[in-house]
Design a binder for this molecule. Structure first.
Ligand SMILES: [Zn+2]
Length: 260
């Protein structure tokens, strides 16, 4: 399933004294999510901000999203196709000019073994991002295994991508990104100011139509659908305001930052 870990816990500290803010806009970024929509939830505002400043945004989606529904009659193949279209629309809504890559592992069955790490390493080398973003695999009490594994793949994929003797059969030059930003951070220490990009994040989230019912609490056939969307959007804004309070801005997205 693609239901994100929402509501994510409020930041555990305040004042922003030891919280970093706003790295320089990278030349390119690669966001690695478990399912279609995870990237938009985790770092959509940050990606929209960077894209508006010239950054090439790339998506890597590890699973096919084939279990992201509460409808037992849903055809999984149709859902996979719909979610790929939605993910591409969401990327465009963020201003992405880069790639949207689907690894296609079955939803709910993602592993972080050598095989998946090989794939992630390949795409880091191929796309050569300045910054990689992903799920925090060490977030405590997380239920969804795909999010944990996708996070591990971002971390461990970087190690394989940056050192030249890993996977020489890939025949792509090794590549060391400068930083890794982990969303859903267990110990957040960095906030990106997304005050001017909240609407872009919401527009991108709204592209994930197949997730309206299960994730966003919106029933498109209900006359109150627009009101339901408004409730969801307010929830996102509130969450971004919480992060903003941590980082000293109106709306933010929080991360654990690791220098690579
Ligand atoms: Zn997910």
């Amino acid at each position: 399933m693609s239901v994100p870990d929402l509501p994510t816990p409020a930041p555990t500290s305040s004042g922003g004294a030891d919280v970093g803010r706003d790295i320089p806009t990278p030349a390119s970024a690669l966001a690695i999510g478990a399912h279609p929509d995870d990237v938009e939830f985790g770092c959509g505002g940050t990606l929209a901000k960077w894209a508006a400043d010239g950054c090439v945004i790339n998506h890597l989606v590890c699973t096919d999203g084939s279990k992201g529904t509460w409808d037992p009659t849903q055809d999984p193949a149709d859902l996979v196709a719909a979610r790929q279209i939605e993910q591409r629309q969401a990327a465009r809504a963020l201003g992405s000019r880069g790639e949207v890559v689907f690894l296609g592992w079955p939803d709910g069955e993602l592993d972080s073994s050598l095989r998946q790490r090989w794939q992630v390493s390949y795409w880091i080398r191929k796309l050569r991002p300045t910054v990689v973003l992903g799920h925090d695999p060490w977030k405590r009490y997380r239920l969804h295994p795909d999010h944990r594994h996708a996070g591990l793949l971002a971390v461990e994929g970087i190690v394989s991508a940056r050192d030249p003797l890993f996977f020489p059969e890939q025949e792509v030059d090794h590549h060391r990104p400068e930083a890794l930003l982990l969303w859903e951070a267990d110990e957040p220490d960095h906030v990106e100011d997304v005050t001017d990009h909240v609407d872009a994040k919401l527009t991108a989230l709204r592209a994930h139509v197949s997730q309206f019912r299960s994730t966003m609490g919106v029933d498109p056939e209900d006359p109150a659908a627009e009101e339901q969307w408004g409730i969801f959007a307010d929830r996102i804004r509130d969450r971004l305001a919480d992060w903003g309070a941590l980082g000293g801005c109106a709306h933010g997205e929080g991360f654990k930052m690791m220098r690579v």
